[in-house]
Design a protein around this ligand. Structure first.
Ligand SMILES: [Zn+2]
Length: 374
């Protein structure tokens, strides 16, 4: 049985993680207590998946369900004269980085026992959770915006999960999922800290793939910030185990049209969200705003808000480098150019750009960008 503990950042309560929980009784989200981390000797090098870092994960035993997630390629391409490393999280089983978090979260649920689950998602998390629920034999419903990209909704439906389309804003979808918590367990990747426990393996992979070294900069398309928090958690564990001596600078990349973290970074309490083609990061109310901003500050990184008219050109430019990405992930290309141009990062540094989702997810939108028409 798992020995992991939840900590509530609001009221300070500690709770054993021995049953499905998605928040504290006080209403706050929960975090996991700091992990033990691992050293390079503990890597299971024969396992070409994120489970090679199983020793660092807050689970009670080996995985009960896996689709081979993790150990994604790290490829070098020229960008503005710099050799940038692109981390292809798009090559996960369901085509997005979410599988890292989902796999660990679902295995936790299997360890502690869970009945039917539901989740709200703009698409990628929904298709990831629906797919892993199918693999685990768990009944699943996904609440999606009525405007969610068709490729993602089709993927959810193909897994056998029920698709519940909600009209209105992304927040309306979340509200509908919250209202359904009496019927099934709310397996929200945005609330559940075991999801971040999974995304932390991104830090371990970058460290190992770079020859047990820390990159100087990591750029991540950011909606709720689970990759930022996972990177911080993973590199922090490696520091505490003496494997690395510093953190990379973390840059959260947002679409300027809907940039909650950029507004909070500037100190603005409110912002007015506009439509963006980067649907995967169009988050109006992130769950862990203060923690994500603190992680960015500690890392000496920041937030990059990419203007809408820079996203499509970046997508086409990535395509011509052999990187077929969804519009959400194209924001990192535009952000790289901005950070190189203003001297925040330098061509001689080791810079990683995380490609969070595959272009196959968004063929309809990309058809418009390429001039093929919808
Ligand atoms: Zn609490």
């Amino acid at each position: 049985m798992t020995q992991a503990r939840y900590l509530c950042p609001a009221c300070g309560t500690t709770i054993m993680a021995d049953r499905p929980l998605w928040r504290c009784d006080c209403g706050s989200h929960l975090n996991l207590a700091p992990g033990r981390g691992m050293t390079r000797d503990e890597i299971d090098a024969a396992d070409a998946s994120l489970w090679r870092y199983r020793a660092a994960l807050a689970l009670g035993g080996p995985p009960r369900v896996s689709l081979g997630e993790g150990w994604t390629p790290l490829v070098t391409r020229d960008w503005d004269g710099a050799a940038v490393r692109f981390k292809l999280e798009s090559q996960m089983p369901t085509g997005s980085f979410k599988d890292r978090g989902t796999a660990v979260m679902l295995n936790h649920f299997l360890e502690v026992g869970v009945g039917p689950i539901h989740e709200d998602s703009s698409g990628n998390a929904g298709s990831s959770i629906a797919t892993y629920a199918a693999a685990a034999g768990i009944s699943c419903r996904i609440f999606v915006p009525a405007t969610a990209p068709r490729g993602k909704v089709v993927q959810i439906a193909a897994s056998g999960a029920a698709v519940v389309a909600i009209p209105g804003t992304r927040q309306a979808v979340t509200d509908a999922a919250l209202a359904a918590t009496g019927d099934s367990f709310y397996a929200s990747h945005n609330w559940q800290p075991f999801f971040i426990e999974g995304t932390k393996t991104l830090a371990y992979e970058l460290w190992e793939q770079l020859g047990f070294a820390v990159p100087d900069n990591v750029l991540v398309p950011t909606g709720y910030g689970s990759n930022i928090l996972g990177l911080e958690r993973g590199f922090d564990e490696l520091m505490r185990r003496g494997e690395v001596s510093r953190m990379p600078r973390l840059f959260a990349v947002q679409a300027a049209s809907c940039a909650a973290f950029a507004a909070a970074w500037r100190g603005d309490a409110a912002f007015s969200p506009q439509p963006t083609m980067a649907d995967g990061i169009a988050t109006i109310k992130p769950v862990r705003t203060a923690e994500v901003l603190a992680a960015l500050r500690r890392s000496k990184g920041g937030v990059v808000a990419v203007p809408e008219d820079e996203i499509a050109p970046a997508l086409l430019r990535l395509g011509r480098l052999g990187l077929y990405v969804e519009p959400t992930s194209a924001t990192v290309g535009a952000a790289l150019s901005r950070l190189f141009a203003d001297g925040t990062i330098h061509p001689g540094e080791t810079t990683v750009a995380v490609i969070t989702g595959h272009g196959l997810k968004a063929a309809d939108k990309i058809a418009e960008v390429t001039g093929l028409g919808a």
